[in-house]
Write a protein that binds this ligand. Structure first.
Ligand code: BTN
Length: 250
């Protein structure tokens, strides 16, 4: 047991197969489930990702959701902070060089190894976390296979899913405590250390908006600041980044 006892995972519902752990946890939240409640499933039949995408969730992955009841559930910084907690935990548990692509994609060896979906329904937010831990990339749909990997595929060894879950809950618990105590900027600095976006030439799509330019930094709200080709600085909240070129930070 961790000490002090963590908030996240005080109640854990383990399922074999569900449509989406996010959906089940929204239902529990509406019935009054407490902050920190976790739903974890071996398999999801209708897992979903950001921007309305499907999220393939075969056995071998870690698919779970956490219920948060922060003072501002819509705070965009939450997703970035959770990414820091997850990435740091995965690095510790697996030894793999897991990085973050803005805003909160988890990337390993240039491919996506996991993702975070924050769904806000005030007064709560559900944070859904998916990590391809022991998934064989060949078990993923062909349209994502080329861009996806797993911890096991890169490290050559399988990780215990219970150990990974415990480590990730500890990691997210720590950043959420930092959020509550107002030390957000320290965590965003850790995001900068782990990111693969800043310093790169990128295309950012946010709804109908497409911005091309050099990713400069994130601001205090977690928005991405991009220096456009026209010399104008753009600020983007939410969206999807494609890295087009550039060295930048690793
Ligand atoms: C992304 O698009 O990068 C976010 C993926 C989030 C997937 C997780 S798996 C557990 C939870 N339940 C879902 O249906 N989605 C999230």
């Amino acid at each position: 047991m961790t000490f002090p006892p963590r908030l996240l995972g005080r109640a854990v519902l383990r399922c074999d197969r569900v449509a989406s752990t996010n959906d089940l946890l929204h239902t529990l939240a509406a019935r009054g489930a407490g902050e920190g409640t976790v739903v974890v499933a071996r398999e999801q039949t209708a897992g979903r990702g950001r921007l309305g995408r499907m999220w393939a969730s075969p056995r071998g992955g870690l698919w779970f959701s956490v219920l948060l009841r922060p003072s501002d559930p819509a705070d965009a910084r939450l997703g970035l902070m959770v990414a820091v907690g997850v990435a740091e935990a995965l690095r510790t548990v697996s030894g793999a060089d897991v990085r973050i692509k803005w805003p909160n994609d988890l990337v390993l060896a240039g491919r996506k190894v996991g993702g975070i979906l924050v769904e806000v329904r005030p007064p709560w937010a559900i944070v859904g976390i998916g990590v391809n831990v022991n998934v064989d990339p060949l078990d993923l749909p062909i349209e994502v296979r080329e861009r996806a990997t797993s911890l096991a595929a890169v490290s050559g060894r399988e990780c215990d899913l219970a150990d990974v879950l415990a480590g990730v809950l500890d990691g997210v618990d720590e950043v959420y405590a930092a959020y509550g105590s107002g030390t957000v900027e320290d965590v965003l600095e850790r995001w900068r250390d782990l990111n693969i976006t800043l310093g790169r030439f990128v295309e950012v799509r946010a709804g109908d908006r497409v911005v091309e330019g050099t990713a400069l930094d994130i601001d205090g709200d977690g928005a991405l600041l991009v220096a456009g080709l026209d010399g104008q600085a753009a600020r983007v909240v939410g969206g999807d980044v494609t890295i087009l070129a550039g060295g930048g930070r690793p």
